[in-house]
Design a protein around this ligand. Structure first.
Ligand code: FAD
Length: 548
């Protein structure tokens, strides 16, 4: 098979036009084309009113060898790459000890799945509940203002991305095509086939719930074991010969001990108590940069028409997304902040994403159809450990968590101390005055939004940076700084505030047998990258156990 890339056609082209374009580009007769499939489809929306679809196609042709010779110098005509997944090893016939995976989010799920597929029968622990019960608990916060600290948007089967937009793109380097393995497993578990070829695939919340259950069943059918409501509260450690320490197992909140010499730590970014425990146990951690800010909501129609012009609403395009960055001018300390949009959810809702009582955090989700009225995205400012000092003068690795907690507690107070989120209209935010009533945009955050002034919500430098960025974003998307668009707060869980640093063998720098992984360890930032990291970690664990 050969891969033909960068083939452009108008948005409304027919199938016959695609076939004709292939024949013309390769300069072959119809009889020489025995079939083709779409490897990737994206669009180029730079020309208003003339959006083009761009294809990468896998071509079956009777003239393959001749064409590859003829187009040898053409980067757009190449042999189709092998993107299939190859297991690095198999479990020995007598498995003396099963690996342990802590966390059943995308990272732990894929670490567990790959280990199970290689025959290692992993034991997987998650502090939260199975996804159906977890869904009910999560809705308790959204509908009844009742937070379940162990079963919520962050904790439980499927991890943080279960109630999400289910965006599945990532900019990670992926030379071994592990991302393809992730997407293929998702399709097997019930995701739409199109995620294999559209350039920015998404799944939406509703399907994710069923897919996660199907993947759990696959792991169990291969001899894996998944235990919910099983929070790891401590590590069993012993000194190692090289002056480091070695893990021998874990202790659960129930007091039960589970022995294991290989432990994958796929905690996600919200397991603050577990980070504290790791620090107390001497596992090497360091503070890392992350971002803080607000969620912004606009009518989806405003975003669609700014991005797609007269072709807005075309079914192939769906609801429009965006990605914005603004580099601010230097402040009085000589620092130029960067403000950017993050986790944009077209046609979605803003969700309450707290996991600790007395704190408010926002995030976004959508369904597959992306047909809710509003578009939402985080608008956040990058911060680094030098910004954490006012919240934790120790300068220790957990200082970023202190900052997150302080902002989330402030959001809770500004929201009215009942899990409503504090909010402000963009026009009022830019003018520096409190908002009193909603305009044309109704906020989607449940259980509610309390209008006021968000100036005290974030450090002054962050407020100033967002104030500078919104008019700059308006220049890229007309309507972005519209008066009635709504800001809600606070966005603090953009990525992990810590890194659980690992070495070349993917083990903790100072704790042998401990494999920090995924977003919580600072090695991923999204569903796909966390899942890919889970595969890499599973391979490292498997090779270590198998001794190759
Ligand atoms: P997590 O998914 O956070 O999973 C960690 C798991 O570990 C949790 O289930 C938790 O219960 C468990 N755990 C923690 N501590 C312990 C312990 N001590 N003992 C036992 N278990 C423990 N990303 C995207 O790519 N696309 C999106 O559209 C998207 N939308 C999002 C929407 C929302 C509302 C949220 C909250 C996140 C969204 N994300 C999205 C981010 C994405 O969900 C995360 O990047 C991803 O889930 C990280 O995967 P992970 O496996 O590393 O960690």
């Amino acid at each position: 098979m050969l891969r033909l890339t960068d083939l452009k056609l108008p948005l409304d082209h027919s199938e016959a036009a695609l076939t004709a374009a292939i024949l013309k580009r390769l300069d072959i007769e119809a009889g020489a084309l025995t079939g083709y499939s779409i490897a990737k489809r994206s669009y180029d929306a730079r020309k208003r009113g003339a959006i083009a679809l761009i294809y990468a196609l896998d071509i079956d042709t009777t003239h393959e060898a001749e064409l590859l010779r003829r187009f040898a110098d053409d980067p757009h005509v190449q042999p189709t790459p092998d993107t299939s997944y190859h297991f690095v090893t198999q479990a020995p016939p007598k498995l003396s000890q099963r690996p342990l995976v802590i966390g059943f989010g995308p990272c732990g799920l894929f670490a567990g799945l790959i280990l199970a597929q290689m025959g290692f029968r992993p034991i997987i622990l998650d502090r939260g509940k199975g996804v159906r019960e977890r869904t009910k608990d999560t809705w308790d916060l959204w509908r009844k203002r009742h937070l379940h600290p162990e079963s919520n948007v962050q904790f439980g089967e499927g991890g943080a991305g279960t109630f999400s937009d289910g965006k599945l793109h990532s900019q990670i380097r992926d030379p071994l095509h592990h991302g393809r393995k992730v997407l293929t497993e998702f399709v097997k578990a019930g995701a739409p086939e199109e995620i294999l070829y559209v350039s920015k695939p998404h799944i939406g919340t509703f399907r994710l719930v069923t897919m996660v259950e199907n993947m759990r069943a696959t792991i169990e059918s291969l001899g894996g074991e998944i235990r919910f409501s099983s929070r790891v509260d401590d590590l069993l450690l012993e000194p190692a010969a090289d002056g480091r320490q070695r893990i021998r197992g874990v202790t659960l909140a129930s007091g039960e001990q589970i022995r294991a010499d290989h432990v994958v730590l796929a905690l996600g970014h919200s397991a603050r108590d577990t980070f504290e425990m790791l620090h107390a146990r001497g596992v090497y951690l360091e503070a890392k940069p992350f971002s803080i800010g607000f969620r912004i909501e606009h009518p989806q129609s405003v975003i669609d028409s700014a991005r797609f012009g007269p072709q807005a609403g075309h079914p192939v395009l769906g609801a429009a997304d965006y990605k914005l960055v603004h580099h601010c001018k230097k402040d009085q300390d000589g620092r130029g902040r960067t403000v950017y949009s993050f986790c944009m959810c077209p046609g979605g809702t803003v969700v309450a994403a707290a996991s600790e009582p007395g704190r408010v955090v926002t995030n976004g989700m959508s369904q597959y159809s992306r047909n809710e009225r509003n578009a939402n995205a985080a608008v956040v400012v990058g911060i680094d450990p030098s910004d954490f000092a006012p919240y934790d003068a120790s300068g220790g690795p957990l200082a970023g968590i202190a900052l997150q907690r302080a902002l989330e507690s402030r959001a809770y107070v500004l929201g009215g101390e009942n899990y409503s989120a504090p909010g402000q209209l963009v026009g009022d935010f830019l003018a520096g005055r409190a908002s009193r009533e909603f305009g044309d945009v109704q906020p989607s955050y449940k259980p509610g939004v309390t209008l006021g002034n968000l100036d005290s919500m974030l450090p002054d430098y962050a407020i100033a940076a967002i104030r500078e960025a919104l008019p700059a974003f308006e220049r890229q998307i007309r309507g972005y700084a519209m008066h009635d668009a709504i800001l809600t707060g606070v966005e603090t869980r953009t990525s992990s505030p810590v890194r659980i640093t690992r070495d070349d063998s993917l083990q903790s720098l100072n704790t042998r047998g401990l494999y920090p992984a995924g977003e919580g360890a600072g090695y991923a930032g999204g569903i796909l990258s966390a899942a890919v990291d889970g595969i890499r970690i599973a391979e490292a664990v498997a090779q270590n156990i198998a001794g190759n």
